[in-house]
Design a protein around this ligand. Structure first.
Ligand SMILES: NC(=O)c1ccc[n+]([C@@H]2O[C@H](COP(=O)([O-])OP(=O)(O)OC[C@H]3O[C@@H](n4cnc5c(N)ncnc54)[C@H](O)[C@@H]3O)[C@@H](O)[C@H]2O)c1
Length: 265
């Protein structure tokens, strides 16, 4: 885990559940929240990666638990709701982070095969997860952060399903903020730019070569002219989850090096 530069412990005695916490942005967020004192529940499909994430947090002196879940499976999601209620007395933080990205253009219909798997997680699974955890989130008040994307604000060829999901997540974040405000629950979203994670190289025939290639490709789509590190998204998520953001709800924060609304090359 990176050093705790500011010595902040904003999540002491808090229980935090992160979907997709085994990799990429989710893993960086799990590390950050654990570093700041949270007991982190990593809810993920990939047991191998999740076990490694838990071991890393524990070896750094943090507390973490793995719960296996396929967000595309309602019964699995409901089982997580029951398991959290059995093991903990309240849930203070929820990060709806897991998603998958598939490519498919409209004209040739190649998107049709992506519809079910992408929406099962990205439109249905994360909302069901929030619903089943709501009784635990209501116990002592809570904060939720949902992962949108710059794609939710752009038109991009070959990614309409993903981008529509990420746009839908922004409006659903507002709905949740409204519906949960009286429970002392704040709900926000972040919309990151491009970060090289498993999402972009995991399914490649040579993942490490693809990762290197992506990392070395110059980026011109934002004014900072570099990609973000997962830790930079994690620190924004941690801010929104913390009492430092006590008057922020229903908003989406862009973490994109100056892309959205900017005139870039
Ligand atoms: N990487 C980027 O460039 C980028 C940009 C903008 C937004 N995002 C968003 O950030 C979030 C995290 O992305 P990432 O790049 O860290 O991805 P990643 O692929 O590195 O991690 C995703 C995690 O979700 C888990 N997961 C996948 N399907 C699941 C399922 N059905 N049930 C439970 N867990 C499942 C994976 O095992 C993995 O641990 C996503 O919502 C993504 O859309 C990513």
């Amino acid at each position: 885990m990176p050093p705790n530069l500011y010595g902040m412990r904003r999540f002491e005695n808090k229980i935090a559940l992160i979907t997709g916490g085994a990799s990429g942005i989710g893993r960086a967020t799990a590390n950050r929240l654990a570093l700041e004192g949270a007991h982190v529940i990593i809810a993920d499909k990939n047991a191998d990666m999740a076990d490694k994430a838990v071991a890393e947090i524990e070896s750094d002196g943090g507390a973490a638990t793995y719960m296996e879940v396929d967000l595309g499976d309602d019964a699995d999601v409901e089982a997580v709701g029951r398991a959290v209620a059995e093991e903990f007395s309240a849930l203070h933080v929820l990060v709806n982070n897991a998603a998958i990205l598939r490519q498919g253009r409209i004209e040739d219909g190649s998107w049709l095969a992506n519809w079910e798997p992408e929406t099962a997680i990205g439109l249905r699974g994360w909302v069901l997860m929030t619903q089943v955890l709501l009784p635990m989130l209501k116990q002592e008040g809570a904060a939720i952060v949902n992962l949108s994307s710059e794609g939710g604000f752009l038109g991009r060829p070959g990614q309409w399903v993903y981008d529509a999901i990420k746009a839908g997540l922004v409006s659903t974040t507002k709905t949740m903020a409204y519906e949960f405000v009286d429970y002392g629950i704040r709900v926000n979203a972040v919309a990151p730019g491009w970060i090289v994670t498993e999402m972009h190289f995991g399914n490649h025939s040579d993942p490490q070569a693809r990762k290197k290639e992506l990392e070395e490709t110059p980026i011109t789509s934002c004014i900072m002219k570099r990609r973000a590190y997962p830790e930079e998204v994690a620190s924004t998520i941690a801010f929104l989850l913390s009492d430092d953001a006590s008057y922020i709800t229903g908003t989406t924060l862009h973490v994109d090096g100056g892309r959205m609304g900017m005139s870039v090359g």
